[in-house]
Design a protein around this ligand. Sequence first.
Ligand SMILES: [Fe+2]
Length: 191
Amino acid sequence: MTLLQVMAADNAADVRVRTTDPAEIAAELARHGVEFARWEVLDDAAGTDSDTLLAHYAPQVAELNASGRYKHIDIARIHPDDANPEWPAVAAGARGKFLDEHRHAEDEVRFFAAGTGCFYLHIGDAVLATVCEGGDLLSVPAGTLHWFDMGTRPDFIAIRFFEEEDGWVGDFTGDAISAGFPSLDELLAAP
Ligand SMILES: [Fe+2]
């Protein structure tokens, strides 16, 4: 479920907007300088290997990258693997990487081919929790304070666009703000 929940940055209980309408989500994000778009969804993306996915989305990727600004385009994917006794630790480790507030020197551009993840954008006096699902493209502008929650059971496939090979490296603010906001699991469970 694609969802946008806008909250006051100093009070997560102060919910200003909650919508699942893609057009409303795009408009609200655009007001904050954030690009959101929908691309068509490939059936059974989870069962499709990464090279085939990249080939499938080549036209959209080429259009997005018409300027050639993104030099490194790849796929990040994580799926539950309950047969692996290490899976809970792998999941927790992956989830913990970007759960604290940080920013990047370049735009963080992600297309979700499948699955779910939530970007929390801390812009001015608001936090915009944006739950992305398969078909959603989100571009977090360079320098924007944010964090990312993939949930307690990470499951997504995302095409990533980088200008530099290490564009994913985060500059962490040390602010504990993310702890005061509903997790992805909680956002999805809320009525
Ligand atoms: Fe990030």
